[in-house]
Write a protein that binds this ligand. Structure first.
Ligand SMILES: *Cc1c(COP(=O)(O)O)cnc(C)c1O
Length: 463
């Protein structure tokens, strides 16, 4: 061991080594950074040698080879991106773990342009003076939702928090027990409420809440009646809830705010295509909510954002709140959201231009032809099978809706399904599959033609 320690060359010698020079030339890391990593690598090895836990398979191996192998591993770890694309073979369109909505071409273009250049983010070009980012796309949100006023914050959780904090801190908020939901990604209505300083007044039961429950709970201390879209679960059977329209007169009589957290917030009405019963934002506002909030990256199909829409009187107060500064969105989000919302001005085209809507609306026969096209170039090495299944919309929206789909099941004699599933996930681009009946399963609802070449290339690794 002592002998090995003595064999470690000095740093300035290692810096002259061909291996070091090669790593320096082929990476885009500076000599200073690479030397720092070299020093750390040598220090680690020294420590391991002294602690006696240095793995030595073979005495003849040169210590400097070990050093450069480790340095090279560290460089490759550094050079791979940690935020990266994934091929989604799960069929879940709005997969919260896989980044929810994919953006439209136009939204991507706007993001790139806004990121590349300066922009009018907070500059009013008409007046030649300071402007407000909160007003840039307000007219468009109003146009698409029918709201009197609107603003955009970081995500819907932030929107809910801001509304509660601004209007109900230290006061009562009445919520039905059937709506005290937890949404994937650790959003819990009761916790957000507590954090905001509002006092939660639960009414009714898990399955039934009546008008009189709200009526009895309302008092001088009430600031707000809040309705929450239950999003990711559905109570069926013996149920009753009270709509915003029914609550409107009560809220009005007691001069309290009527607020609905819509969760997903659809602009395109999927019921026209026989999918789900998600109300549109326009409808929710028409029913009389003073304020509604919804996500930008769920059914809307845009970037992560939280949209607050409703009465001008309330929105104006929110814009002036200190938290509006804390929760503000960046220029790339605004650029993407603007482009996404504009797509809705063409009710027919939007079904093609927004990847989220397109994927949700994809028919089973279209998915089957995707599979046909993909499989026609698949090597006979693979055992393949096509089978019917259902996909989910995901993102905590429409939990009871299933979309008819087709899966491509694949296996081969060299690898177990589990090994394939794991290795597909670990390579580049990563592929997320499922295992069904000892084969890997790919739902082509969420695999597009542009991904076929990469998918073929990845599968070839296992032939
Ligand atoms: C998804 C959801 C949220 C959280 O929205 P994010 O955009 O993920 O922050 C809040 N409320 C409801 C009802 C939801 O469905």
């Amino acid at each position: 061991m002592r002998q090995l320690l003595r064999q470690i060359p000095a740093i300035h010698e290692l810096q002259q080594d061909q291996n070091f020079l090669h790593l320096l030339e082929t990476s885009n890391v500076s000599k200073m950074k690479l030397t720092e990593w070299l020093q750390e690598t040598v220090a680690d090895i020294r420590k391991e040698l002294l602690a006696g836990d240095f793995p030595l398979e073979n005495d003849s191996i040169r210590i400097s080879d070990i050093i450069f192998k480790r340095l090279s591993d560290r460089l490759s770890y550094h050079s791979t991106y940690k935020v990266k694309r994934v091929i989604n073979g799960t069929g879940t369109v709005l997969h919260t773990n896989l980044g929810r909505a994919r953006l439209s071409d136009q939204a991507i273009k706007q993001v790139v342009e806004t990121a590349y250049s300066y922009s009018n983010l907070e500059y009013n070009l008409n007046q030649g003076k300071r402007g407000s980012r909160h007003e840039l796309i307000e007219d468009l949100v109003k146009e698409m939702t029918g709201a009197e006023a609107a603003m955009v914050v970081n995500n819907n959780a932030a929107a809910v928090y801001l509304v509660l904090k601004a209007f109900a801190k230290g006061k009562d908020v009445i919520v039905s027990r059937g709506e005290l939901v937890e949404i994937g990604g650790s959003f819990r209505v009761s916790s957000i409420m507590e954090e905001s300083g509002a006092h939660l007044v639960e009414v009714g039961t898990t399955n039934k809440t009546h008008y009189y429950d709200y009526e009895h709970a309302i008092s001088e201390a009430t600031a707000m009646i809040m309705k929450v879209h239950t999003s990711n679960f559905k109570v069926i059977g013996f149920t009753k809830d009270v709509t915003v329209a029914e609550l409107k007169p009560l809220a009005k009589a007691h001069d309290v705010l009527l607020y609905e957290d819509l969760g997903s917030g659809a602009i395109y009405d999927l019921r026209n295509d026989g999918i789900g019963d998600e109300p549109t934002v326009v409808e929710a506002l028409n029913k009389g909510a003073d304020l509604v909030t919804f996500s930008g990256d769920k059914l809307l199909g845009g970037p992560q954002a939280g949209i607050i829409a409703g009465k001008k009187k309330w929105i104006d107060k929110l814009k002036k709140h200190q938290l509006a500064r804390v929760l503000r969105v960046d220029k790339m989000t605004l650029a993407a959201l603007e482009a996404t919302l504009k797509e809705y001005a063409n009710e027919e085209m939007v079904k093609e231009t927004l990847p989220t809507l397109k994927s949700v609306l994809l028919k089973k026969d279209e998915i089957l032809s995707r599979i046909d096209k993909f499989s026609s170039e698949l090597s006979p090495f693979w055992t393949k099978r096509v089978r019917s299944d259902v996909s989910q919309v995901g993102g905590g929206t429409m939990p009871d809706v299933t979309l008819d789909t087709a899966l491509l099941l694949l296996s081969n004699s060299n690898f177990t399904a589990q090994a394939l599933h794991n290795q597909l996930r670990l390579g580049t681009p990563a592929i997320v599959s499922r295992i069904i009946e000892d084969q890997i399963a790919l739902d082509f609802r969420t695999i597009e033609e542009y991904e076929f070449a990469d998918l073929h290339r990845r599968l070839k690794e296992f032939e």
